[in-house]
Design a protein. Sequence first.
Lengths: 345, 358
Amino acid sequence: MSTATRALPGGPGASRVGAARQASLLAAGLLVLALAVLASIAFGSHPTSAADVLDVLTGDAAPETATVVESRYPRTALGLLAGLCLAVAGTLMQGVTRNPLADPGLFGITSGASAGIVTATAFLGVSGPSATLWWALPGALLAGLVVHVVGSAGSGAGLVRLVLSGAVVSAVLNAYVQAVTLSNPRVFDSYRYWVVGALGGRDFDVVFSALPLAVPGLLLAVLLGPRLNTLALGEESATALGASPALTRSCGLLAATLLSTAATAAVGPIAFVGLAVPHIVRALLGVDFRAQIVFSAVVGPALLLLADVVGRVVLRPQELMVGVVTAFIGAPALLLAVRRMRGTG
Amino acid sequence: MRRGMTRTRSGVRAPSPRGFVTIGRAVAVPAARASVVVAVVTVALLVAAAVATLSLGRLGLSLADLAGALTRGAEGKQAFVLERLRGPRLVVAVGVGAALGLSGALFQTVTRNPLGSPDVIGLGAGAGAGAAAVALLLPGALPASAGALAGGAAAMVLVHASTGTGFRDPGRLIVAGIGVHAIATAFTQYVVYAVERDKATVLTAYVNGSLAARSWEHAATIWIVLLAVVPLVALASRRLGVSELGDELAAGLGAEPRSTRAVAVTLSVVLSAGAVAVAGPVAFIALTAPQIARRLTGGPGPHLTLAALVGALLLTLADLAAQQSPIPGNLPVGVYTLAVGGLYLGYLLTREWRKGSL
């Protein structure tokens, strides 16, 4: 974790990575992503051979095989979208808060979205990911706002402080969610299938309904790249250069909230993609946010799809949901990183 | 205790030493008078909450019936309510609350970390995962509490091993706790997803921390843990007071800070694990009870006895709310402590941050 802290921009020794290196890394990333997409189409709880998949792709396969393989298209698309959203949201949040632990889950945004969705299902008769999406947004925005305000109260910005306010807000919202779900069996059922975080069993509808949140979030993220670079020079330098740190920060958090709400509402809370991808990207590329955002958008989906493929094959014929897989891969990585943390007060 | 040693300017011990509670001329107990008053008030409130637990609601015993039942023995419906329905549950609540309060106070004293308690850094989540594992893999063969014990212990070992500095550095502790919490929660959620709905509901209630349908056996378990651990805590408490001064001073005063810390953390984890085995991971009691106790006495560190009393009072009150609440479906008590504890923690954090003392 400490290497990441030091790698954060601002130091005079911030490394410059040549354009050629960036281009080759991007090509490699895209290749991995393409392989991940192919794997996501080729592997499943029902085994299909590579030849079968090729037949389906060229259009001359038996109808049964075609059905099996084509049923994997929506979840692949969903994995692409959710991975992209979570990774870019994580990069934005870590850049804006300059906190290497920033992640939609730890910042209360996920709990806010959960509370919104549960409220809509229980009291407003709304059901299905497409409809509940719009109820997740106000919950997530409100929770993110409270965490940010509580976490930046007082002087100085501690690394632990934002995490703690996130934990507090998540606790209160979680109590509400538990109260509503446990007193309402119908809501409990839909909640437990959503909260585990899965790509399977969803249609293209869900992908389309998440786009109105994801696309503006992504556009905002791309536009903010240069400003985030200025912000990374430090509050004072950024102000001296004519940038408005407060505006950049609020826009960044707004974009991150839009993106992570889109992903969370569509597939459920998925841990560690938003936390880990920015660290991987920074280690590869250095500190330029414009490049970081593009690379997160490539690495995030690749990682999520690969995790989903692992979940499909590891317990055959049953499936392990992608949210469980990312936690089981991400958490040990976090535990290993703890030892490298500098002491914090 | 510290004030008891104040001397007058001339160096002669003051005739009526402050910080000692005297009974006649022969007995002087070293305790700050303020904390004795607070402790007595807390006990009175606890008794009131206990009476309310037994007497409120449709099945409650009226005060006269309650007095009669306690002195002459209960019969019929009263016996059922007192001996089966609410009595054991109340005794469990007091025991679990006290164990959690004491556990948190020990942990916070010894790690000098005001936000530490075993349940916050993953013991609760680990216990939930353990109970879920039992429900998934060995349904019926083992009680959920056995799984909870194993899971909680495993989580503590994992946190301890991954920080590299034990339980000392708050930052590392919190991050390691996040990791362990994430794995454990993911597993629990998978099990809740995979089993059928009735089992999932029972499991979710247990994972939140519940006191519903507790028997005298549960009560015996937690009180035996308390009876075994409390004397050890009393033995260690003198060295604990010294260790709060910091490692170097403590070592200079002859207390070995490392062994003190190891003993206290072990006792704290044992208390929490006992509580988890009986009631499931009830959130935030271990974290907030010592904080409240410290604010009530104004002393420097958590006051162990008072933290235990406050813990017992908090959990009894929360369970009273859980039993009497109009929300359908009888929510587990852990949901209430999660909400109230979260709010209190948020208040505490903003206040401390404003003062810049955290």
